[in-house]
Design a protein. Structure first.
Length: 430
């Protein structure tokens, strides 16, 4: 006779709770005469994700999964006919009537498969009527309700068009457009040129209301344009316009002189879109805005070091870049700025008096080790040599001073086997 499995007290309690919960749920629905979908629709509640007990019951086959109202598969025949009528209004060019009909259908048939179609139709009608602010709001609602909507490409394309219109049709800044950096005051370097546009005080002052142009938002046209660009790369990160939206946002901030915000967008593009056609520009311009963020030797050096690292990476990744010579020149100037920071630390500790001579020794040693060819090296070596041995005993020996090579001379080299003839071209005397 086969042995019967013996349940432990813990398993017995668990099985009792599971079957009791399932039974109570079925009795509750039977007594009320409604299913959970109807209850959600009546109460206006959103469905909650299943808990641990629900998942256990689903896996055990003791409870059937409920159909979410967001996925309700069918709509009445009259709803589909009303949508087709609204679509015909749109196709005939009566966009205002199409917008009104789609708006009513979106409210009436919310939480159905028809909602996606009517929301898109409403947004497209607003776009065709050039009510761009309302269209942006409806596109945002569509993204929120249907994150993977099948209309994603057309929505992002129109949002990109809206943002460029509100920003007065700017172009993406290219590497060749940036001006040389003023290393005496990097943050004061010239900005890329802007497209000449008509002056409008409501664009300059965001909190002033726009009451004249219905194609623009009531407040903050520029901010709404940047919000539209963000909606593109945030909701469709793998789409064709995602990297364009990032570059356009970065270009906008670069033209305004907001280097920190521009740097943030260039960082996102370099990290998330390594196959973008804008990648080289993101490296070159990213290193440029990091350098422009540098405030001087009296401030934090983080942006200066990041600019140096990014310029070195750009030269390695893009050896044939047309900006190669300029990047190499800027790297040499950055080294001069770093040496200047070291020299200011030397002078800072010297000004503290004799008791801080060890700190002076540390800073001189660092300058001579890291920047032996800088214009501060000779003076630093002189100061270091005047310090006592006790001040320098904790430091390793200085590296050998670099050999200074004299400038080449084009004078004739005597006692050469050319006799009275001129030496060959390029022959120099060192």
């Amino acid at each position: 006779m086969p042995r019967r499995a013996k349940l432990t007290p813990r398993l017995t309690l668990l099985s009792t709770l599971c079957f009791g919960a399932a039974g109570c749920a079925s009795i509750d629905q039977a007594m009320l005469g409604v299913d959970s979908n109807d209850r959600v629709a009546m109460l206006g509640e959103e469905p909650k994700p299943p808990g641990a007990m629900d998942r256990f019951l689903y896996a055990a086959g003791l409870k059937k999964k409920e159909v979410s109202p967001y996925m309700r598969p069918t709509v009445p025949a009259e709803a589909q006919a009303a949508y087709e009528d609204a679509q015909r209004l749109f196709d005939s060019g009566d966009h205002k009537a199409a917008e009104e009909a789609a708006h009513k259908l979106a409210k009436k048939y919310r939480d159905t498969v028809l909602e996606e179609d009517v929301l898109f139709l409403e947004a497209e009608s607003q776009f065709q009527r050039k009510r761009y602010a309302a269209a942006q709001d409806t596109y945002a609602e569509l993204f929120e309700r249907f994150p993977s909507t099948r209309y994603m490409d057309r929505c992002t394309s129109h949002l990109f068009e809206i943002s460029r219109y509100w920003l007065q049709s700017p172009e993406i800044v290219k590497s060749a457009e940036i001006q040389p950096v003023n290393f005496d005051a990097p943050s004061r370097s010239p900005l890329p040129s802007k497209k000449k546009t008509s002056f409008d005080v409501t664009r300059t002052v965001p909190f002033l209301p726009n009451v004249a142009d219905r194609t623009r938002p009531f407040f903050d046209t520029e901010g709404r344009a940047l919000e539209a660009l963000k909606s593109i790369w945030l909701n469709d990160p793998t789409g064709e316009l995602a990297d364009d939206a990032l570059m356009l946002s970065a270009s906008h901030y670069l033209r305004k002189g907001d280097y920190l915000e521009a740097d943030r967008f260039y960082d996102i593009l370099r990290e998330e879109y390594p196959k973008s056609p804008h990648l080289e520009d993101a490296f070159v311009l990213g290193s440029h805005v990091k350098l422009m963020s540098y405030q001087g030797a009296a401030y934090d050096e983080k942006s200066l070091l990041e600019a140096e690292k990014l310029k070195e990476s750009t030269l390695k990744l893009f050896p044939d870049s047309p900006e190669r010579d300029r990047l190499s020149s800027e790297l040499r100037r950055i080294a001069d700025l770093e040496a200047e920071r070291r020299w200011q630390m030397v002078e800072f500790w010297r000004g503290k008096g004799r008791r801080y001579s060890r700190s002076v020794a540390v800073q001189c040693h660092a300058l001579l080790t890291e920047y032996p060819n800088s214009k501060y090296a000779a003076e630093a070596r002189k100061i270091y040599s005047e310090l006592s041995a006790d001040d320098k005993k904790h430091l390793p020996p200085l590296p050998t001073p670099p050999r200074v090579v004299p400038e080449p001379s084009l004078e004739r080299i005597p006692n050469e086997p050319y006799g009275e003839a001129e030496p060959p071209a390029g022959r120099v005397k060192l």
